[in-house]
Design a protein around this ligand. Structure first.
Ligand code: ADP
Ligand code: MG
Length: 605
């Protein structure tokens, strides 16, 4: 147990810095010793306290034990007899123990207070020790500082000046560095700008070159494509044309209508072995056989007949001119073939509807416009069947325009855009024809009717335009004048009809013969059809004959007409076939073909 007051060195004993350091060191030791001392005291107190606590706990255990015993005793006593009285000695002992316990508890509390006081004192000592360390440090430092302060005063002011100068210098240096950086950045920015401009220029030049290259390549590519497309289109057109030409540009078909009455006998029949030959039996018993390109079987429906006709109808969509004539005497079935009954229409309606279908099938590349006009030629006069103002008296005239094409100024030419348009227009023209013939007091079969379809095709890809004309002609009855016993108006009619029909025969004959001069100008019918008959035009003559015996003379007349125009100059396969048949017939002795009256003459079948 160190006595602090005895051994503490006096502050004044130390005059130098070293002594004061020793002094502080010693103080520190003393405090440490005090601290250890305190800690030891506290430990003793704690041990004391623990002993007391232990004693207390023992005492508590004893009391608990005694109390348990008492409780047991009480139970025992209560259980035995209420007469027994509690032992006064036992009670006295218990109260004495309780007193001891009370005094022990008090002592325990005192010890706890002493412990708390000791802890407080220890804390105060710690704080004091820290204060003293600080004070002593401060004293020594302040001493040192005082001595240094005098020497460094000047230096401080000088260094402040130097520092401010240095700061100024650093600032200037920084600014100039920043300026240099800014300058460099500006230069780099300019350089980048120049670079981007160069790149832009290079890109523009490059793009221009690519564009030019692409344009030239695309143009070339499209040129090639276009040429190929044109070539293909032309090829298809040529092939179709060749197909039609192989059958002959001018063809003759026979149509024998069925007997209208079961009482009648058929005087005409188709050869059972050869569908291109018909046999006629005169009332006198004489027999005549004739050949045509094709003899339509009697059982053929309107549709089957149209299928035979449709290839040349298709030619009109390719820009060719096409003529289909219905020839024959009155009642032979011409109007039936061309117009047909409303529930089973004839060639006119089917042909125009086919043009619609074909134009739709060929897609969007080709724009088609189909127009229709209906013309009647009566007594060599042209009448417009679609004009509302038309009457028997007003007739139109044929004109040749500047580019050499024949036209009929004032003729109605109506566009048709749907099948219903076609039907209603054809009906309108048909009604107009019947009304006019009634007005003129004439039979409707005494005039020629031409349904003219204009097919205008514009190819949006190639830019080419073609115009095809399809003429569907229901000719006037071909009966001979002598048999009609006509006079006056009727005679005039008959003469006009006969002339026009024979001129038509002359024209077709001349065309088939390939003659240089074709007499188109001799009548209105041939003049009107001039454009549609020459050149690459396709012509089909459907010669109608009645099967009845009573019509044999008319039928023979029609067959003669067919034979006249059948004198052909054949082309392609037909010519080859013909040459073959000639060679064969020569080999077998030239029997066939020796008599034109009796032997079928196969034309360009
Ligand atoms: P054309 O026009 O040559 O004077 P039509 O066409 O008016 O002759 O026919 C005369 C009659 O013969 C009509 O009653 C018509 O219905 C009938 N006819 C013509 N051809 C046929 C045919 N193929 N099938 C049934 N009847 C027909
Ligand atoms: Mg008729």
């Amino acid at each position: 147990n160190l006595q602090m007051g005895d051994q503490s060195p006096s502050h004044s004993d130390y005059s130098s810095g070293v002594d004061s350091a020793n002094y502080f060191q010693q103080c520190k030791y003393i405090h440490e010793v005090e601290l250890v001392n305190m800690k030891l005291q506290m430990r003793i107190l704690e041990t004391h306290l623990e002993t007391k606590d232990r004693l207390l706990r023992n005492l508590e255990d004893i009391i608990d034990e005694q109390e348990t015993r008492i409780a047991n005793m009480e139970d025992f006593i209560q259980g035995r007899t209420a007469a027994y009285t509690p032992s006064t000695v036992m009670l006295h002992g218990i109260s004495a123990l309780s007193l001891d316990f009370g005094s022990l508890s008090e002592e325990n509390l005192r010890l706890k207070d002493a412990l708390r006081a000791g802890q407080r004192k220890e804390r105060i000592n710690e704080l004091m020790e820290a204060d003293e360390d600080y004070e002593s440090d401060m004293t020594s430092v302040s001493g040192e500082c005082d001595s240094a302060r005098n020497g460094t005063g000047d230096l401080m002011s000088q260094s402040a000046i130097v520092a401010s100068k240095a700061r100024a210098f650093i600032d200037e240096h920084q600014i100039s560095r920043l300026k240099r950086c800014a300058e460099e950045l500006k230069n780099e920015k300019d350089e980048l700008k120049r670079l981007s401009q160069d790149m832009k220029d290079a890109f523009t030049v490059c793009m221009g070159e690519v564009k030019l290259l692409l344009e030239s390549k695309t143009v070339d590519f499209f040129k090639v494509l276009m040429e190929r497309y044109k070539a293909e289109m032309e090829r298809r057109r040529t092939l179709h044309n060749q197909l039609v030409e192989l059958n002959g540009n001018i063809r003759v078909f026979y149509r024998i209508r069925p007997l209208l009455s079961t009482r009648d006998q058929a005087a005409i029949r188709i050869d059972s072995m050869d569908e291109g030959v018909v046999h006629l039996e005169h009332s006198s018993g004489r027999k005549t056989s004739r050949a045509a390109d094709f003899v339509i079987p009697t059982k053929f429906s309107q549709n089957e007949i149209f299928e035979k006709v449709s290839p040349i109808v298709t030619s009109s969509i390719d820009g060719y001119n096409v003529c289909i004539f219905a020839y024959g005497h009155t009642g032979s079935g011409k109007t039936y073939t061309m117009e047909g009954p409303s529930d089973d229409p004839g060639i006119n309606q089917r042909a125009i509807l086919q043009l619609f279908e074909a134009s739709q099938e060929r897609g969007n590349d080709i724009e088609y416009s189909i127009k229709l006009s209906m013309i009647e030629i009566y007594n060599d006069k042209i009448r417009d069947l679609l004009s509302i103002s038309s009457s028997t008296s007003s007739s139109l005239t044929l004109r040749r325009d500047e580019d050499g094409h024949l036209s009929i100024p004032g003729l109605e030419c109506r566009p048709v855009t749907s099948p219903s348009d076609v039907k209603s227009l054809l009906k309108e023209g048909s009604i107009s024809r019947v009304t006019a013939s009634t007005d003129a007091n004439a039979n409707s079969s005494r005039s020629h009717v031409i349904v003219r379809v204009h097919v205008h095709a514009k190819n949006n890809v190639t830019g080419t335009t073609t115009i095809g004309r399809l003429n569907l002609v229901d000719l006037a009855g071909s009966e001979r004048v002598s048999q009609t016993n006509a006079t006056g108006q009727l005679l005039k009619e008959a003469q006009a009809i006969n002339k026009s029909l024979s001129e038509l025969g002359n024209v077709v004959f001349a065309l088939r013969q390939g003659q240089k001069h074709v007499p188109f100008r001799n009548c209105v019918l041939t003049r009107l059809l001039e454009d549609s008959l020459q050149g690459d035009s396709k012509t089909l003559v459907l010669v109608h004959v009645s099967p009845e015996e009573s019509h044999v003379c008319e039928s023979i007349s029609s067959i003669n007409f067919a034979e006249k125009i059948g004198q052909v100059q054949m082309k392609g396969a037909a010519a080859f076939k013909r040459a073959e048949s000639v060679r064969k017939s020569t080999r077998v002795g030239g029997k066939e073909g020796s008599s034109p009256q009796t032997t079928p003459k196969k034309t360009n079948k």
